[in-house]
Design a binder for this molecule. Structure first.
Ligand SMILES: Nc1nc2c(ncn2[C@@H]2O[C@H](COP(=O)(O)OP(=O)(O)OP(=O)(O)O)[C@@H](O)[C@H]2O)c(=O)[nH]1
Ligand SMILES: [Zn+2]
Length: 300
């Protein structure tokens, strides 16, 4: 049996890449072989195509689940790059959701702030990201359009030899980034969706791209940052996935404190405290909103 890498998937079809770099359209056999981009699968050839017979054990899996039951995910990632920009203004709630999903999956996140050439907006956005730097999330300043060559080197220092999932809201410059690091990405996308939809050209979902001919460095492009559901997360675990809340939990009077209203809550006591270890009011508000959202019974 052959082992291959899933580089794109659509419904019951996946595109599997073998060790020589050839890509084969494979059908999934049975429900338990459901595979996602980044999976290593066992497959058998049949004619020009193939069939997936099993999925190798995963190192990790990145989830994103919303009320519509759409689960988009990727597996076996080394890190997640969250790309936001000075303009359009990013949503801190969306950023937090992505970071929580990373924490829950045990995957290291890296934040990049694009469009540093828009000086005033960039300064404002940079200030909004300072609390995230204090949480020890790396924040990389970029100007992909103005200094592409410099940014390519800067990014490659972080991406080299790794598989990185790129997430970002519309307009932040995700296509610009992918095209900068993956020459011919647009053409590849077309070929992939053609292969998966047997001729029809539709929008592709999550896609695996190699940045180098040696196939060591990979970018995984995934659309849909807007609807970033965390339905798979237990609200009681939420504070543990927020590095600014986490250290204060041990000071709560009640072991099962929800940090919403309890007396003697260490988290609430730290909100607005400006000693460097405090929690910003906006992060606490996002915590409350998420706790509420994740405590609702599923709508389906
Ligand atoms: N000023 C400035 N504009 C940039 C920079 N990088 C990208 N842009 C512009 O921002 C816009 C959005 O860039 P895209 O790469 O298309 O963004 P995207 O995130 O892929 O957006 P969608 O295609 O909507 O998903 C384009 O008009 C780019 O030219 C930058 O460093 N500075
Ligand atoms: Zn508490």
């Amino acid at each position: 049996m052959n082992i291959g890498l899933v580089v794109a998937s659509h419904g019951r079809h996946v595109l599997v890449e073998d060790d020589a770099g050839h890509r084969i359209l494979c059908h999934l056999r049975g429900k338990k072989n459901a595979s996602v981009v980044g999976d290593r699968v066992r497959w058998m050839p049949s004619g020009d195509e193939g069939s997936v017979e099993g999925v190798q054990p995963r190192r990790n899996i990145f989830w994103r689940q919303d009320e519509m039951r759409t689960k988009s995910f990727a597996a076996n990632l080394d890190q997640v790059l969250v790309l936001v920009a000075a303009q359009p203004e990013f949503s801190e709630s969306q950023l937090t959701r992505a970071l929580i999903a990373c924490e829950a999956a045990g995957i290291a996140p890296l934040v990049a702030l694009n469009k540093s050439d828009l000086v005033e907006d960039f300064e404002r956005a940079w200030q909004r990201l300072l609390p995230y730097q204090r949480m020890h999330y790396g924040v990389l300043p970029l100007s992909l359009k103005r200094s592409g060559e410099v940014d390519r080197d800067k990014l490659m220092a972080h991406l080299e030899g790794k598989a990185t999932l790129v997430l970002g809201p519309s307009g932040a410059g995700k296509s610009t980034l992918v095209n900068l690091l993956v020459p011919g990405a647009t053409a590849q996308t077309g070929e992939i969706s053609q292969a998966l939809n047997s001729g029809k050209h539709t929008t592709t979902s999550t896609t695996w791209y190699w940045c180098d001919a040696q196939r060591r460095t990979a970018l995984i492009d995934s659309p849909g940052f807007q609807e970033f559901g965390l339905r798979h997360i237990d609200p009681a675990q939420l504070a543990a996935y927020m590095p600014d809340l986490r250290p204060h939990v041990e000071h709560c009077r009640f072991y099962n404190c929800t940090h919403l209203h309890e007396p003697g809550c260490g988290v609430i006591a730290a909100v607005g405290r400006e000693d460097g270890s405090g929690i910003t009011p906006s992060r606490y508000r996002i915590y409350r909103e998420l706790f509420e959202e994740l405590s609702q019974p599923p709508k389906w």
